[in-house]
Design a protein around this ligand. Structure first.
Ligand SMILES: O=c1ccn([C@@H]2O[C@H](COP(=O)(O)OP(=O)(O)O[C@H]3O[C@H](CO)[C@@H](O)[C@H](O)[C@H]3O)[C@@H](O)[C@H]2O)c(=O)[nH]1
Ligand SMILES: [Mn+2]
Length: 619
């Protein structure tokens, strides 16, 4: 790279709304005769191409960088600056290793004197104390040596959202704790609330840079300070002086709420100059910065620009200033949207394309190159076979299926084990597949079947199992009369034939009938000595209970007869309270044939001839 090891002043532009600041900064540096180059980091996603064109006129290097957004922006609300949710992008400075040293300056800074001597500092990082908390530095002006070590450390913090103010200043102060302190004259931040006027008067002549921190930027607030403090107004005038020298007059870029300033010195805002309400807010209108200047018919007297909207009809275009969509306006996780919040769709990234400025008419070439050949897909004649590769070992040796789909028959009849039914020729009728006859498993299949396991011949396993079996065998009887010197009767071993059978673990070596242990037999119960002693009779039974007849004397048939007799006695001599038994009517139950519209069951009775006389109508 040409500028390797170069020294540059560098700023950052992430939105069109800060373009006036970036231009004034560059003009002020060039005006004060710097010998250093100017660079600007830009986030292209949110910048209008005309803004880039403006930058190009003043900056030597325009460096696109990726926007780094703070994904946990809660801390930004502590300082009421949700618009700063992407200032982490600043850390891209440390990645610009093509430069030896960078003096970074915020876009809201105007230089009164080019601070070229900062490049001679023998320190890797220097900054100016912040007026809000002087133990911290303000990250609007920084002297730094780009290096990837710091870059990645900062990036790691940024990605985790580590920053006590949610923006770059909080993050950088957490990383650079031992910073070289520069004089306040390199980053003088006049504030409306607090001024050290005697000090200002004392150091005023040696001021290098004025930094307009906070919401109100010079190009937004206009020429009159929000607080009419003398010092602030004085310094604000320095910004406007540079602005007016090069770029006067422009319409203010304020796109938010209309300002309340009405003095003659105030720049008209968009909302004041035209009825922006008529414009669809989702389609902001950009006009090139330079165009706005040209279109303005009052080139010198910004202060005299009438704020009255109706009187400025000759120059309506000047009002159409650049637009910058707002970033997060509020923290949705903490509060409802503010009443005056802007539409969220304003955040949509915009892509602009410029018309070609080429005045030449299109001329077609004499000949176009031949289109490449063979760039088509040849449809295969036969459907490709998608058969999964065999995975498991047994898939290789798998037996051919004996049952197949009827559709598969005509394709390879010789492979199938299906034989055509008797009486038919060998050619298979494709139109009407016959029920296949399936070959049954050959009768000797079980004989060929291997009955041994891989572990059958491992002696350790065999010994272990045998020892376990012996422990169990102690509990079963085996019909072996070994006392008498009989040889145990054993079944012939499969391998060894009639030879003596060896102890085996094989499950398939079933024991023969004589080898099988006998089943345990339930022993005849033996009467134990009685606990009741003499209470029992000779047979050992308990004495009979009083009033209970002896079992032998109990005649179930006689008892049943007696029960029946008693029952009929009760039925034959009914008590007067009970009604006589009703005969069951010989009549079908009313069904769907019965007129359902007649609600009363009694009415239906008259039409029914099968009614038994004993029928009691429903009441
Ligand atoms: O919409 C935006 C917002 C910021 N910037 C750039 O980011 C810088 C920082 O934003 P700024 O509004 O200048 O912040 P300050 O009001 O100066 O606030 C303080 O806090 C910021 C967040 O920590 C620091 O970046 C500043 O250096 C510090 O002065 C600007 O100068 C621009 O260069 C844009 O280009 N577009
Ligand atoms: Mn700033």
């Amino acid at each position: 790279m040409e500028g390797a090891g170069e020294d540059v002043y560098c700023t950052l532009l992430m939105s069109d709304s800060y373009l006036p600041g970036a231009l004034v900064l560059a003009h002020s540096l060039l005006d004060s005769g710097t010998r250093k180059k100017l660079a600007v980091l830009v986030t292209l996603d949110n910048l209008h191409y005309t803004s880039l064109a403006e930058l190009q006129k003043l900056y030597d290097y325009i460096i696109p960088v990726e926007r780094i957004v703070n994904k946990s922006p809660a801390n930004l609300y502590l300082m009421d600056r949700p618009d700063l949710n992407a200032t982490f992008t600043k850390i891209a400075l440390w990645r610009q290793q093509q430069f030896r040293k960078i003096v970074y300056i915020d876009a809201d800074v105007v230089t009164l004197r080019a601070p070229d001597e900062l490049f001679e500092l023998d320190t890797s990082f220097a900054a100016v104390p912040d007026v809000g908390w002087p133990d911290c530095f303000n990250s609007g002006v920084m002297v730094l040596n780009p290096n990837l070590g710091d870059f990645y450390a900062l990036l790691a913090l940024a990605q985790r959202g580590v920053s006590f103010d949610g923006a770059d200043q909080g993050l950088l102060n957490m990383h650079f704790t031992n910073w070289h302190r520069l004089s306040f004259r390199y980053n003088c931040t006049p504030s409306g609330h607090y001024q050290y006027v005697p000090a200002y008067r004392h150091f005023q002549s040696s001021l290098n840079m004025i930094h307009f921190i906070g919401h109100e930027k010079p190009w937004l607030s206009g020429r009159d300070a929000p607080s009419s403090s003398g010092v602030y107004e004085e310094l604000l005038a320095r910004w406007w002086a540079v602005h007016d020298r090069h770029m006067k007059p422009i319409a203010s870029s304020r796109t938010s709420e209309p300002t309340t300033h009405t003095d003659a010195g105030h720049l008209p805002t968009v909302s004041e100059q035209t009825a922006t309400e008529d414009l669809p807010i989702q389609h902001p209108i950009y006009i090139p910065y330079k165009e706005a200047q040209i279109q303005s018919s009052t080139p010198t007297a910004v202060a005299s620009t009438p704020t009255n909207v109706t009187s400025s009809k000759e120059e309506p275009q000047t009002s159409l200033s650049r637009f910058s969509p707002p970033m997060t306006e509020w923290d949705p996780s903490r509060a409802p949207p503010p009443a005056d919040s802007k539409p969220e769709a304003l955040n949509f990234p915009q892509q602009s394309y410029s018309m070609s400025a080429d005045g030449e008419l299109f001329r077609p070439p004499n000949a176009y190159p031949e289109p490449p050949k063979g760039m088509y897909y040849e449809v295969p004649k036969t459907a490709p076979k998608f058969e999964p590769k065999p995975l498991f070992p047994w898939e290789h040796t798998a037996a051919k299926p004996t049952r197949v789909f009827a559709d598969d028959l005509p394709s390879k009849p010789e492979e199938s084990s299906i034989t055509p039914p008797l009486g038919e020729e060998n050619d298979v009728d494709t139109a009407s597949p016959t029920t296949p006859t399936i070959n049954i498993i050959p009768p000797d299949a079980w004989q060929n079947y291997t009955r041994s396991n891989a572990w059958d011949d491992v002696p350790e396993i065999e010994r272990y199992i045998t020892s376990m079996q012996q422990a169990r065998k102690g509990r079963v009887q085996v019909l072996l009369d070994t006392k008498a010197g009989d040889e145990p009767i054993l079944s012939p071993s499969i391998e060894a034939g009639p030879a003596r059978r060896k102890a085996s673990l094989r499950l398939t070596d079933f024991p023969s009938e004589v080898e099988r242990p006998s089943l345990p037999v339930t022993p005849a119960p033996i009467r134990r000595p009685s606990f009741w002693g003499e209470e029992r009779n000779e047979e050992g039974e308990l004495p009979a209970a009083e009033g209970v007849p002896k079992q032998e004397e109990w005649n179930p048939a006689a008892k049943l007869d007696e029960l029946l007799r008693r029952q009929s006695e009760v039925l034959m001599n009914p008590e007067p309270v009970s009604s006589p038994p009703k005969p069951i009517p010989n009549r079908e139950m009313p069904s769907s044939s019965v007129d359902a519209s007649k609600p009363d069951f009694a009415e239906n009775k008259d039409t029914n001839e099968d009614d038994s006389p004993g029928m009691v109508p429903a009441s």
